[in-house]
Design a protein around this ligand. Structure first.
Ligand code: GLA
Length: 520
């Protein structure tokens, strides 16, 4: 074989190898790409960004992986993180169901969607009978919106008592009336109103901003306020100048309930920020923490912030909000809590208020100076109940030694509602220095008598009629430990009552109350 031939041969051989290689290569590529998820049109990290009025966004992430006829992945709706457990359909029309555990109960969401060009058009409904909410999702970078890593939990220890809230905290909170509409101007004008209309003199001290004040974090991780709150420090100074105190809200999770930035991983930094702003009260709401931690892990997470607040050396009332899960009354004080929510959210309706209020009987032993059961904030004046019902609301909360946080618009409060909120004699029961929570002493059908021991051997007695029609209730003094003739004071009519003898029969209006102070 001459050189020319050799060359031609090698050339042919090389060509053959190359062609074979190319063929094999493309076969491999074809194989790989058949498995590679990115070639499936639905596979992407999709995001829906819904603007809030304050310059922040609410984000929903649909992190989808399409494998032929199957769609897997996750759905993150602010504080909720679901794994896709069921799917049908494909790019032209699909339905996905996400599930997650929230404490002991399962939550589900369902989205329907289809690919339209570069967008994913999706819709979801809260309940099957609701009108669907339509949304447009676009592709987001891989990893955006993913859940953060779980931080390790500290071992439990007892957080030293901060010495605050020797009587149940009193003040105002923005949520029940304003929800996401709260802003700097509203807080200032509420503080003005409280300082001028007798609320402050009656004891309502804290002006508490609830959820939706937050923005993201700066490059150093410092929490930012959104445009509704241009200068929190100046706002605190203003509220303080009125002789009132300022409260704020956050979550141990990455997100709050309304989907705003939580304190997760920034607890000490946030506590320092609050102290630097001049904050006097923190409501710390579980919400987004449920995506990363179980209910059993709550004490450790609440302890992190309890410790962080103590470290600031600023007196900051610590309010736990986790809806009474894991018997919080048994450990709330140990993690530094001054009060802890015992129930889900109250609504401005008789059934909600009465179910919560009358449901607190078993918890009396856990309330004490510095540490209170919190059956949620007041709805007095928000319009969903009658004045009679609002009197029952305040009376019941006072019998329960509950925090009294008004939740109405105090700038436009009527004299009647103001008179209910500022009833000094009822407030004095709530604020009794012994801090013993009242209990049910008698019940017959829809009528109940509750009693609360007061300092100096006195006692509060409340006759509640939960029926809609007026009803007669008779107090037999011997049944509630009143052995001899006592002084009786009606705390709503503001009158002393003649000693009636061994029994006191009264007619109580439907949904109403007669509240007495019995003393020697
Ligand atoms: C939860 C709380 C409420 C309120 C909202 C704010 O539902 O229980 O009291 O703070 O979050 O998003």
């Amino acid at each position: 074989m001459n050189a020319k031939h050799q060359h031609a041969h090698r050339f042919q051989f090389t060509m053959a190898i190359t062609v074979a290689g190319l063929l094999l290569g493309s076969f491999v590529i074809a194989l790989v790409s058949a498995q590679k998820p990115s070639s499936e049109p639905l596979t992407a990290n999709w995001v829906v960004r819904t603007p809030n009025a304050d310059g922040t966004f609410r984000a929903t992430y649909l992190n989808l992986k399409q494998e032929g006829p199957r769609i897997t992945g996750s759905i993150r709706v602010t504080q909720f993180y679901y794994l896709i457990s069921q799917s049908t359909g494909g790019p032209d029309g699909f339905t996905i169901t996400g599930t997650m555990m929230d404490g002991k109960s399962e939550r589900k969401v369902q989205y329907e969607g289809r690919l339209v060009g570069n967008e994913l058009h999706v819709s979801t409904r809260r309940r099957p009978t609701d009108k669907p909410t339509e949304m447009v999702a676009v592709r987001a970078p891989v990893g955006e919106g993913a859940l953060p890593q779980r931080n390790p939990l500290p071992t439990l220890h007892r957080v030293a008592d901060n010495g605050l809230a020797r009587t149940p905290p009193m003040g105002w909170n923005s949520w029940n009336k304003f929800a996401s509409r709260v802003d700097d101007a509203t807080v200032r004008s509420i503080a003005d109103a409280m300082a001028g209309n007798g609320m402050k003199e009656a004891g309502y001290l804290y002006v508490n901003i609830d959820d939706t004040w937050e923005a993201g974090r700066d490059a150093n991780g410092n929490i930012q306020t959104n445009k509704k709150f241009p200068d929190m420090k100046a706002l605190a100074a203003y509220v303080h100048s009125k002789g009132l105190k300022l409260g704020i809200y956050s979550s141990p999770g990455p997100n709050t309930c309304a989907g705003y930035e939580g304190s997760y991983g920034h607890e000490e930094q946030d506590a320092r920020t609050y102290a630097a702003w001049g904050i006097d009260y923190l409501k710390y709401d579980w919400c987004g923490a449920r995506t990363l931690y179980t209910d059993e892990e709550m004490p450790a997470l609440y302890q992190i912030m309890g410790d962080a607040l103590r470290k600031t050396h600023r007196p900051i009332v610590y309010s736990l909000c986790q809806y009474g899960r894991l018997d919080v009354w048994k450990w709330g004080a140990d993690v530094g809590g001054n009060l802890w929510r015992t129930t889900g959210d109250i609504r401005d309706a008789w059934d909600s208020m009465s179910r919560i209020g009358f449901g607190q009987n078993e918890l009396a032993q856990w309330a004490r100076p510095g540490h209170w059961n919190d059956p949620d904030m007041l709805e007095i004046g928000n319009g969903g109940m009658t004045e009679t019902e609002y009197k029952t609301h305040l009376s019941l909360w006072a019998m329960l030694a509950a925090p009294l946080l008004a939740g109405n618009d105090l700038r436009s409060v009527t004299p009647e509602i103001l008179a209910i909120l500022t009833n000094r004699e009822v407030i004095a029961i709530d604020q009794d220095k012994d801090g013993k929570q009242g209990k049910q002493a008698w019940k017959s059908g829809e009528q109940e008598i509750w009693t609360r021991p007061l300092s100096g051997g006195a006692q509060a007695v409340a006759l509640f009629n939960r029926a809609t029609e007026p009803a007669k209730i008779t107090v037999r003094w011997s049944d509630i430990g009143v052995k001899e003739k006592a002084k009786l004071r009606d705390l709503w009519s503001h009158q002393n009552i003649e000693w009636p003898g061994p029994e006191y029969p009264v007619t109580v209006p439907g949904h109403g109350v007669i509240m007495l102070r019995v003393s020697r």
